[in-house]
Write a protein that binds this ligand. Sequence first.
Ligand code: C2E
Ligand code: MG
Ligand code: MG
Length: 683
Amino acid sequence: MSKTKEKQFKKLKNAHTISSIVIFIIQFILLVGILNVVLTFFTLFLIDIKVDNESKLIRQMAQNYENGNKSGINYDFFVLDKNGKKIEESGVNTCSDKGGVPGTLFGKKDYTVFEDKDNKTLFFDDGGIVTFNLFAPDFSNDDISVYVSSAGELDDINVEGNADIDVPLWIGIKLSNGNTFVAKAHITARLVELIVFIIMFAAVNVFLFVFLIIRLVRIIRGVIRRKKLSELFLIDEVTKGNNWMGFLLGADAILKKRNNAEKRYAIMHIVIVKYRNYCMCHSLEEGKKILHRISDTIDQNIDKKTEISGHVSSSSFALLIEAPTDESVRERFDKLLSQLSDVDSRGNTQQMAGHPDVFKSFSFQAGVHIIEPNVVDGHKTKRKNVDLEKHYNNAVTAKATIESSADSGIAFFDEKLMKNEKWTEAVEEHQQKALDNEEFVVYYQPKYSPEKCELVGAEALIRWQSPEFGFVPPGRFIPIFENNGFITAIDHYMICHVAKQQKKWLDEGVKCVPVSVNVSRAHFAESDLAEQILNMVDAEGLPHNYIEIELTESAFFDDKDMIIETINKLKEYGFSVSMDDFGSGYSSLNSLKDMDLDVLKLDAEFFRGDADSNRKEAVVSEAIKLAKRLKMRTVAEGVEDKDEVEFLEKQGCDMIQGYYFAKPMPAEEYEERMNEVYHVLHE
Ligand code: C2E
Ligand code: MG
Ligand code: MG
């Protein structure tokens, strides 16, 4: 898997868990913080009011004291002079020297408060649940502080039968002569207030607790759901083992382990040959059972700690196994083969009773790509970048080399394939630049009429004049472009260049003939292909009859309706359409029935090989007859001999395109050919 894909997957896998935990923590901290601030302010507010009210009473007493009305003083009190010296005292003095001007919610007060020596707490001291301590830890900064010590349950509250609880506080009022009147305040916390406060506090705690539990349950549920989802994503539903994704992630982890750095590994692509036939003969369900058994057998043959397997597509499996030598890989494959053949006959006797031979006909083919140990300067070094998809593709490429046989076999991705791979990469790297710099050159291969040897047409064939690679024939890059989709850009390029060149020749008075341009099969998937071609040719101002479109035979197996529609449109616009390489692949006779084509190009293969020449001639002559009956002109491709030309002439073949008359040539040379009235080559 590519690094980005892998990262994306891991991100997806972890993202929700991490983010929900982070969100949960933030929410929790915020909530606790906000509730605490609210509670603190609420409590301070209540205390503030009570102390304020009491200070008013004591202020009245201080007034009475100044007025000499001592009977108007019903609290314990003492009076300090300007120097702090006690000058009068009444009742029990338990005032401590700890205190000052309280700075509370609503600014500084015009009285002072002092802590009581006997009882320093406002509500509960020990064993209580909530402690409001007005003076701790340091009252010298003139603040009234509120501390919440711990949270608990209502049962723990011990009020000891008192409905009201005294608040131990002394309040000092400045007298007009500078002395201070200090009296013991009678502030009481009423039980109902206390209970309301405790209920509030408990409710807040219960709320927080419930919130915490709900969130936690959600997070746990999310984690479980994600685990299931990632299983769905990584587990193959048929084999219950790894799927392709599971294989990629697992193999990547194995290869990147430090301990595995010096191990040589093999990536294998194993294909069950004729699996489809099996499914067709029996059923998809039977096929799935077979896959399950094969997967189990493969798993039994690997060491799960350092190796892994996965089901890639219906008939193929991927394996990552340790490979000390190539020979060891072959041995393990052979061992697997013998066990797999056991599976065939053992596992399905009931269903297969009527078809015993089907199992025998099963074979397995494997392609192998070797991943060498990652040892740098004699030290094992953790593999960092492992392009598993590329390695697997190499194994697929290796397997393709044995595809022609139906027998079991194994092939390694070797030097030659590596070269091809490198070449593909190089081509792909240069393709766009080559197109932009017009490195692709149009060659023309003339088509001659056999009887008069007259130039009647030509085929435009691409060549690559590369500054890096030199002169490159199309066989070396067209298949690559067909694979990677760049072929459509090439087809456009060719049509534009041919149309431009033809128009130029026409304007110069050259006796032009129609030139055929190859249009790739991939291009026919585009529904507006006919319009695209029309626009390109019209852009150059070339009459449409000077362009012919060649379609390779294999294209006729794609979307038939779309192809018919495109062919009809092209013909409507005035372009000729030909079927290229007729007879090279699967029979396209059926296509001829449905498609109104102008030209049939007989493939060069008709004229090659060791087949009996009578038989060859019979096939060619019948193909020409068929074309004539369908009112199609014929072009024989790849004609190299005089005998062949004479034979084709007799059969009424309309055109010959082959080395006998001319090889593909650059535009200048072709221009000279056009200017010759008759180009008679055979005397
Ligand atoms: P094709 O379209 O069937 O082109 C005919 C091929 O047969 C050409 O090969 C031509 O040089 C070769 N040929 C013609 N007469 C003889 C002969 O007497 N003897 C032998 N041995 N060969 C002969 P070329 O130019 O190498 O092109 C190969 C294929 O590459 C083409 O087959 C076509 O499928 C593809 N191709 C070439 N140019 C283009 C292009 O511009 N666009 C697309 N899509 N494909 C192209
Ligand atoms: Mg062609
Ligand atoms: Mg051809």
